[in-house]
Each structure stands twice: as C-alpha cells, then as structure tokens.
Design a protein around this ligand. Structure first.
Ligand code: ADP
Ligand code: MG
Length: 705
C-alpha cells in the first residue's frame, strides 16, 4: 500500500481498530448493520475474523464468453452494456444486465436484486463468476465484483470465494467485505492462544496468515494449511480444558481411600439372580481399584441399554458401603429414581446393604428421619434424582456419587458434593456409546469402563426396516407374537415439536391399533411425557405385569422400562429419530430368552438417504459401531457429542478426520498443564484469556480458587 492511498491524517482521525473493537466501527457497517451481525453473535472484529467460511466456491477459472462451458463455475471479465431493473409481482424486483468481453455477450439475471441498478450501470467493468445456463443463455445470480485496479484484491468473484454463514440483513457481499476489512485491520494483532513454544514445536505458522487464508485462500494448499492451523488451535483448547479439569479433579490426596475387603460386595453378588458378565466384573474391579486410591475417581461406565449397568453400580456401592461410607445414586427423572430404588431394594433383599429413597414426593417426616440417619453417619445407598445434589441434604459420610444417564458431571457438581475438603468418588453410567475419537476429544478427563457383551441367556434380536405400505404385515406379526404370550411396544413421534403434538400422535396410534380386528383381543396402553409420575408408574406396572399387551409410547420409554417378555418393538416414522436414539429404543427388547424383533417403519416419501441411515441400523447391533457410523454420516458439521457435553462445537476441527492432530494437541496440552497448571506464565496469557472466553462453564473452578 502506498502512502498516497492512505494519508496519515485519514488514519489518525479514525479510532484505532483493535481485535476487541465493535463491528459497528468498521467502515461501511455502522450501528444498524452491527445489530444484524450481533444476532449471529458476531460482536467484535476478532469475531468477524474468526467467522470461518462454511465452504468455498472455486471461481478461479477465467474464460472468454465464447468459451464458456455450460454448468461449470467460470469467471468472465467484461463491461456492462445494457442494464435494467425489472418489476416483478410482489417481489423486490429483479435486475438484468448484459456483459460483453469482445468475444460475445453474456446475460446476467439477478433475482430480487433490483438495487444492483445503482452499481452495475452501463460502462462499468465487472468480474462475473457463475454457471452458464445454455437454455436461458445466461448466468443466474452470478457472483460479481466491480473491477478495481488490481485483480489480486478480488473478494467476491474470480477466485476461491468464501461462503459465510449469513443472517437477516446481511448479504454475502456485505459479509465478505466486512470480514476482509476486519482481517486487514486486526488479523495480525489477534493474540494467539497457541503459545509460541507450542506453535514452533508443531510447526504452525502465524495466526494472522492462517486467518487470512481461511477466508481468502490463494490456493487449495494454502487453505488446507490454514485449516490445519486453526483446527489445531481448537483441539488444543479443548484438550487444555480436559487437562485442566483432570488436574483439579484428580489430584492425588484429595480423595478418600476406601479400601474394602470386598466381603459385602461378595454377599450382594451371591444374592443376585444372575451371574455377572466378564465386562461387568471388569468394570467393578476398575471401580474397586479406583476407590482404594486417594485420587478421586471420575469414571464413566459405557454400555448399551440392557447391558447391566445397574448391577455394576450396585456392587460399586457395596464396596463403598463396606468401608462405612454413604453412597448417592442419582437418576435423571423421578420415575427412574423410584424404579431404581425398587430394583435395588429387590436385588439386595436379605443382604446387609440398605437402600433408601429420597425424591420430591418423599413425605417430610420420612425425609427428616432419613436426614437424621445420614447425619449419624449410617452407611446407606441413597437413591434419588439429580436434585439430591442441589437439595440441602447433608451426607457427611458421602464417599461415592453414582450418576445415571447424565453425561457431564461438572466440576461445579463435584464442588457441591465436596465436604470438608474431600472430594467423593464419582461414577457416571451412560448408554450413549461414544466413538473412540470423540471419547478422546470430549471425555479425555474421564476414565472409561466398557460393557460390550450382553448378559447371557438372551434371545437373538433382529432389526428390520420397512415402510408404511407394509403395516398390515407388521400388525399380523404383532398379533402372532401376542398370541404366543409376548408383548410389544409401538413408538411414535410427531412432525411438529412439542409434547402436545406427540401426545396427539400417540393417541391416534392407540385408536388405529384398537380398530385393527387382529388386535381386538389385546389390551393397549398409552405412555407419554405429560402423564403424572403416578400415572406413568401405573402404566409401566400394568405392562410389566402383563395386564397390558401393547404399549404405545412417545420416546419417554427410552428410559425406565425393563420387560423381558416384550419381544417386538415397532418404531413409526423411524426416520425422524437419530441413530443412537433408535439404538436406545431397540434396547428395550431382547432382554429375555425369546428371539425379539425390532421393526423400523419409514414414513411415506422418505428420501433414499433416510432409508440408507435406517439400513445401517439393520446392519449392526453394536452401539459403538453405530455411533461411529452416525458421526461419519452426519459429518463434522453436526458434532454430536461436544454439544451434549456442554462444550462449544468445533468450527473447523473434525475429531474424526483430524485424529492425529487431536493426539498432537493432547500432547501439547498435557505439557502445558504439567508445567503451568494455573496458566500464570505470561507466555500463556492469551491462552488463558481464550479458554476463559470459550469455555467459561466447563472450566469453572479449574482456573480459579
Ligand atoms: P442398563 O445398562 O440399561 O441400565 P440394567 O442394569 O437395567 O441395564 O439391566 C438390564 C436387565 O438385565 C435387568 O433386568 C438386569 O437385572 C439384567 N441383568 C443385568 N446383568 C445381568 C447378567 N449378568 N445376566 C443376566 N441378566 C442381567
Ligand atoms: Mg439403566
């Protein structure tokens, strides 16, 4: 840039643009447009610089009008010959221009963009990129840029053009211009969260260059290098969070060493009506070893629905209780908590292990009594909802907290549990299979025990995918199963969001099943989320006892039903469910000795891709394989797992594709935390600031106190 183009006086009169400067101060934006950016959570210039494109259109192939190849993205440089705004009914008016480059003329048609009449006046030289439509003999809505003095500065056409996420009140053109100006002003002054030593060790170039190249890459190689650089940064921050959490949570000496002889566990195990699987034994041994250490346990037991996680939890509790400690077992809903209490009470009958329950509906007198016993230090297995944590309940001898079906057990939760400076051990049970890669990305701070084998003595389970046209055959099959003494689930969903729509769908399903002559002998029940706890329990109980033969349900049955006699699961409009959700539903059957069948019914007009997805379900019964397939199919755009974990989703990194980068980032994070766990070193100041900005919640307490 020459001095004559930007006289010093001009820059002196304007406020200096910093990475933290608000977008409204960017030339050409102003307060009104800034609000449109804010709706996209783009507030500062750094946010703009980090608003990475979703895609890039390669419009770098220049051609003469006479050589245009139909259907290919090509760029023409020419002069506007004729231009006209066209009135359209209702709309904002279209705009049409004719461009000539001396070898021919090219029509350009812009839908709804009559305002271009002000820009593309005859005589203007323009660069136009688009696909030539040979039928209409024109380009429709091409990208364009009024030609400046230097083709190297093109932003909107004739290059690899970035496609940014947009919002109401922001055009693609406006966004690219704003991003480009933000980059020009601040790309080189944005503090780099990756410490210089780490960047050097992993051969990462400067941040500013990567930011420029991710938006406006000069070549594919440049784009890939920039993506890698920024992906590393994201993965590194994520791994820093994991390492810092691991550091605070798992400090040696902060936990209770609870070394049991295993006597109570053996007693409880002997009373179980089944033999533990190898995997269950392994998980219990993992836990017992963890409990005996002074480093607080934070272990995840991952196993499909029906894999027997409850028994693992029970024996873990037995180990803790034997050492005279209290155990809190928390379920996500009141219904589940009460079912767990019943099940655990039944399984421990006749043993020295005592199970107690505390839920929202426990009467006050009973609650007081329980509190008194807890205060006296009686070692109990207390079952309740997650609210056990929040309530003013005191458990002075709490040694182990077990959390069912809640992925993230936050640092804050642990702080709530911590009593007298000691952190209880935490065991989390989950049926959501986590792909290996994501496990590392999102759960790097947890130890994991897997339950991969299904308990023995269970019948085969097969999955069939069919469509609505085959419903009569499905009903016929259901009637045969019921006649053989079995039971069936039918799961429905609604197109619209919301419980009300789901209930209507479920009610109409009940009606249509009751109208089936083949099913007239059988009793059909209904279960949905709006029922009161007592009503839900009554329906489940009736199904359990065989008083109901068919249970029509919304997805509430995802949790909390265990009926080994149920051998048929029909899921209507199965395409509306995610693979992991379908897999969890499928886990409701195949719990008994009989062969069971799961039928996924695709609704009308389901596209081929939807059927393909369902076909994957029929292809494997392994939850881990499915989770990986799900991740592969949905791709990096929808990072299942990170959001559930309460972590911001990654913008450019894809733990699937970037797995080696992930390992590099992990190694780097481990080194940084080992050397400077408080991030007090000035060389880590930018990293600390970025972590606090991006990961405030998950990091709570890790960097303070
Ligand atoms: P989940 O992992 O979904 O929580 P549960 O703990 O509810 O699974 O167990 C599902 C069913 O399997 C229960 O009826 C339970 O009693 C039974 N079960 C658990 N472990 C075994 C085993 N080793 N052998 C046979 N049945 C088992
Ligand atoms: Mg369970």
């Amino acid at each position: 840039m020459t001095a004559s183009r930007t006289p010093p006086s001009a820059s002196a009169s304007r406020p200096r643009l910093e990475p933290s400067t608000r977008i409204q101060f960017l030339p050409g934006v102003g307060p009104v447009r800034a609000r449109a950016y804010e709706r996209l959570r783009l507030v500062t210039l750094e946010h703009l610089a980090r608003h990475y494109p979703r895609d890039w259109l390669d419009a770098s192939h220049f051609a003469l009008v006479k050589d245009l190849v139909p259907g290919q993205l090509m760029t023409v440089v020419g002069e506007v010959k004729r231009a006209a705004a066209l009135r359209t009914r209702g709309g904002r008016g279209d705009f049409v221009a004719t461009i000539s480059d001396g070898t021919g003329t090219l029509g350009c048609y812009f839908f709804g963009q009559a305002f271009l009449a002000r820009t593309l006046v005859p005589g203007t030289r323009v660069v136009v990129s688009g696909e030539f439509d040979p039928v209409e003999r024109r380009m429709q809505n091409p990208m364009f840029e009024v030609e400046g003095e230097d083709l190297a500065t093109l932003l909107h056409a004739g290059r690899r053009v970035p496609v940014h996420g947009l919002g109401r009140g922001i055009t693609a053109h406006g966004m690219r211009t704003a991003v480009s100006r933000a980059l020009e002003a601040v790309a080189d002054t944005i503090p780099d969260p990756v410490p210089a030593a780490v960047a050097a060790a992993h051969r990462l170039g400067p941040l500013g260059a990567a930011l420029r190249a991710i938006h406006f890459p000069g070549s594919l190689a440049e784009l890939e290098a920039a993506r890698r650089r920024l992906a590393f940064e994201e993965l590194f921050e994520l791994q820093m969070v994991m390492e810092l959490r691991r550091h605070v949570i798992s400090q040696e000496g902060r936990g209770l060493a609870m070394t049991s002889s295993g006597g109570l566990a053996r007693e409880v195990e002997a009373a179980l009506p089944f033999t533990l699987t190898e995997d269950q034994r392994g998980a219990i041994a993992d836990v017992a070893a963890d409990l005996a250490r002074t480093r607080p346990m934070h272990r995840l037991v991952v196993g499909d629905v029906g894999s027997g996680k409850t028994a693992v939890a029970l024996l873990a509790a037995a180990h803790a209780i034997e050492t005279a400690h209290q155990v809190a077992f928390m379920a996500p809903t009141e219904v589940l908590a009460r079912q767990h209490a019943t099940t655990l009470g039944r399984l421990t009958r006749g043993t020295r292990l005592e199970v107690a329950t505390l839920t929202g509906s426990t009467p006050a007198t009973q609650r007081r009594l329980l509190q008194a016993r807890l205060l006296a230090g009686e070692p109990l297995l207390l079952v309740g909802t997650h609210a056990l944590l929040e309530k003013k309940l005191q458990m002075p001898k709490l040694g182990l907290a077990i959390v069912d079906e809640q992925h993230r057990f936050g640092v804050r939760h642990r702080a709530t549990l911590a009593s007298k400076g000691v952190l209880p051990h935490v065991l989390v049970l989950t049926a959501t299979p986590i792909p290996r890669t994501l496990q590392l990305a999102c759960y790097g701070d947890l130890d994991v025990s897997l339950l991969r084998t299904r308990p023995a003595g269970r019948g085969r389970r097969v999955t069939r995918v069919t469509d609505e046209g085959k419903l009569p055959q499905v009903i016929e099959f259901m009637a045969r199963e019921l006649a053989a003494g079995r039971q069936a689930y039918v799961v429905v969903s609604a197109i619209e969001e919301g419980a009300r729509a789901e209930i209507r769908a479920a009610e109409s399903e009940v009606e249509s099943l009751r109208a089936q002559p083949l099913l007239s002998r059988w009793r059909i029940g209904l279960l949905h989320g709006r029922l009161r706890t007592e009503e839900k329990l009554a329906v489940m109980d009736a199904f359990q006892k065989g008083e109901l033969h068919v249970l029509v349900a919304t997805t509430v049955i995802e949790v909390g039903v265990d009926v080994p006699n149920a051998t048929l699961m029909v899921v209507q409009n199965a395409e509306r469910f995610g693979l992991t959700q379908l897999h969890q539903l499928r886990g409701r059957v195949g719990r008994g000795e009989h062969r069971s069948v799961c039928v996924f019914v695709a609704g009308r007009a389901v596209p081929a891709s939807g059927r393909e997805r369902l076909a994957v379900m029929a292809g494997t019964d392994d939850g881990f394989e499915l989770a990986e397939a799900d991740l592969r199919m949905r791709g990096p755009g929808d990072l299942w797992g990170t959001r559930q974990a309460g972590l911001p989703s990654l913008k450019v990194a894809d733990p699937w594709r970037d797995v080696s980068l992930l390992y590099e980032a992990r190694e780097a994070a481990q080194a940084v935390v080992a050397a400077d766990p408080r991030l007090a070193d000035p060389a880590h100041a930018a990293l600390r600031a970025a972590l606090v900005a991006n990961y405030r919640e998950p990091l709570e307490l890790a960097l303070v106190g």
